[in-house]
Design a binder for this molecule. Sequence first.
Ligand SMILES: [Cu+2]
Length: 504
Amino acid sequence: MRYSIASQALCGAITVSALTVPNTQVQKRVQHVDISSFKSFPTADPKVYFDKANATVRDFFKQGIFNDGPMDTSGRWIDRPLAVLEEVSDQLELHFEDLQDKIEDSLEKLQVRDEVHRLKSRRNNPVKDILTFPDFSDFFGKPSSQPNTPNNPNTSNNPSTPSNPNTPSKPNTPSQPNTNTPSQPEQPTKTPDNGKGAGGPGKTSGGSKETAGNGAATCDPSNPNVRFEWSSYSNADRTAFVQAIKCLQGKPSGGSQFTGSTNRYEDLISVHRGMTTDIHQTAAFLVWHRYFVWVFEQLLRDECGFNRAMPWWDETKHAGAFAASDVFTNDWFGNLPAKTSDGQGTCIESGEFAGTTLHVGPGNANENHCLSRAVDESQTAQCNQDFTNTCLSMTTYEDFRDCFELGPHGYGHNGIGAVMAEVSASVGDPVFFMHHLFVDHTFRIWQNANPSRRTTISGCANKANPCTPITLDTTLSSNGLRPDLTVRQIMDTLSGTICYRYDY
Ligand SMILES: [Cu+2]
């Protein structure tokens, strides 16, 4: 339900903190929240990154060559070929596992016709196809004197071994322990609530639930959990997902260590707030928030019976028009009101989270305040495919992290506004997780472009001076909500402790 101009004007003229407006269907409570004191997420001028990015590489990602997708039971992508960029010595090699007309067409668009013809001539060659770009420095628009990523011997020397560990060449043996119900490969058109998707009966949380923290994790990469994009996530799944979040909001807090919290969902807000300094604008950003979304998922599953696939939200499809997405409707997360003329947010009185009172935040305060939003579509417009592709074209973890954190991530938070724009307590708006599922999706796509991106990390783990360098052994904590994990366990979403991919 959208607010009329009249009701907003009425409230703007009244200075009480809450106003009850009679409504034949719902008690409509309208409150303006001053967001002027909120500390917004930092963002950067897109031009800074666009200038650094090579248009060819950005276009290359746009072809979907590195996207996620359904795999067959041996862990091979089935709806599109997989290509892996390998930085080898002074050149870049593009390795294909499977050649189809689609990828050839894509490459032809990228004006590498000669190479495509060479590849076509090798179609029947059992040896892995390799496309080599001799002038690697030009391709990535960076000096060739840059340090090279260590070459993965599996990808360049052994023709029988696929270059991506997500696609093992040998099918998993039937005797491999697997407590999950065997399932057919997901089909791209299937919705996940039909029993075939990752969230179908008998396949609830993959390897993650059973193995967290005990070091004996296993993950069948051909049968991981699949996170389905919202548009192909059925209404039944949407309802189950939103109701599970509401369930958390209705459960007691886990304890006084979650400062300010009055319920289980607010424990998540408190944990994020307590770690705000170290998990933003540091190398921990991507890995900690991936861990945090996983913790959220485990709470839904373990404490609220959520037994379906997780959704994710492809914000690039809604850049500049978030409010028109059916994420923000009466049926699900409630509407997305525009920032009012005086820069205020508006309490959310529609959807499943209508009338939510938050107790953690704003900032370090613990004051009752409503769940509010204040969309600025000029900012959500930056959550677009081109900005995303620009970030995907970055070759180092820190360059990608910085680009995406200050780019689409920051603009998405500030564009939704109000609670979402307030850095430390932004988790108060459940749509936080939809946004961070988008962030995590992009992180995984970036990782899919090169296997080494699942095993290497660099940068600072905190803001100390000098900082503590982040390593694969750095601990990621949720203050006891779920077991601590290491960066190593989080880097590969098919590593075992966590076990998921995205539907595309
Ligand atoms: Cu955050």
